[in-house]
Design a protein around this ligand. Sequence first.
Ligand SMILES: Cc1cc2nc3c(=O)[nH]c(=O)nc-3n(C[C@H](O)[C@H](O)[C@H](O)COP(=O)(O)OP(=O)(O)OC[C@H]3O[C@@H](n4cnc5c(N)ncnc54)[C@H](O)[C@@H]3O)c2cc1C
Length: 390
Amino acid sequence: MTEYDVVVVGAGPGGSMAAKTLAENGVKVLMVEKRQEIGSPVRCAEGVSKVELESLVEVKKSWIAAEVSGAKIYSPDNSVIVLSEEQAGNEVGYVLERKIFDRWLAKQAAKAGSEVMVKTSAIGIDKKREHLVIKLRRMGEVFEVSAKMVIGADGVESRVGKWMGLDTTLKLNEVESCVQYLITNLKYEMDYCHFWLGHSRSPGGYIWLFPKGNSSGNFGIGVMPSMAKEPAKVYLDRFLNEVGIDTSHVVEVVAGAVPVSPMEKASTERCLLVGDAARHADPITGGGIINAMKGGIIAGKVAAEAVKNNDFSSKFLSKYDRLWKEDFGKTLERNKILQKKLLKMDDKTMDKLIKSLSDSNLKEMSITGIVKELIKKNPKLLWDLKSLFF
Ligand SMILES: Cc1cc2nc3c(=O)[nH]c(=O)nc-3n(C[C@H](O)[C@H](O)[C@H](O)COP(=O)(O)OP(=O)(O)OC[C@H]3O[C@@H](n4cnc5c(N)ncnc54)[C@H](O)[C@@H]3O)c2cc1C
């Protein structure tokens, strides 16, 4: 049985960043990916903040599909607010070509020294006293490897957490169910990412258009299953029909889920969870690429320390929870509270809030600044959010 220090399950942005960080720290690491091609099929609208991405990796033209100058946000009655790219949150700036991006990230992990196996599923973990036995299936063949610990970067459907004793079950109000079409020959303003709000359009979520260059774009929807009466696709088709979008040029369909309720604890003995497996996507935007990458780096560093100290106890590994909370955890927590508020808001109230910003100079404001402005202008409606933002 081959012995590794760490096995990383899943080669999305979270897994690749973790494997790369581990290898850079001299750790013997194996990253396994169940799909035969890393990054494909894509289950993502592919938007990321420029500043955030540039702080994590050197940006390559080969995996940038488009750049946008900002975001247009439409209220249920179609009033619009326009945000510059810098203010618009963690999904707006670059639109990636994730098929190329995810593969590039995995190659970086391999270059740093990580072993990578594709078409290899983790199918179970046996916890021994001194190590883990990880059961893998590769092209029909089942075999086992030994590892001192595991990093679960296996996405929203994560099983690693469950195998290791963490409760990763998602309730219907903790997830967004998404459908997306990649449409070509789009006649739409393509300098911006577009977001349409309103529970009648997309209960508990929103509709988006992320440009991908050459008149094509990702048109998608997320709905919260606990609030939606029909499948996400029905709402998306209805909307596209209403706004006159021609759907006779759909070249790719994506269906997937995004967790929108972060876990309190993403570590346990001999195990760390990163990215969607740890439910690190933003509760409001559903954006999870940047946090998966950040979580991957933090998990890689903590796991490398664990290997060095030969300490895989839940106490030692809880350092990971402390570090991700210090980094992006506070924003996740705050946005979870904001999300709960938005979920209870009817469309008329949402219209009223967006209209109240009509005389504000939004160009100068960050998202936090805009929420502060909303609270000032609508104290009765939003007073309970005051302590979070002031
Ligand atoms: C429709 C949609 C639109 C989205 N749009 C955006 C967006 O615009 N911007 C943004 O930031 N985020 C977006 N997200 C969220 C984003 O895609 C995720 O947050 C991000 O991919 C998380 O990265 P990850 O590495 O944690 O997981 P993933 O990218 O999901 O990678 C997990 C990997 O693990 C593999 N795996 C799973 N189980 C096993 C196993 N047992 N053995 C081996 N391998 C396994 C999977 O095949 C997969 O490759 C969107 C999500 C959806 C569904």
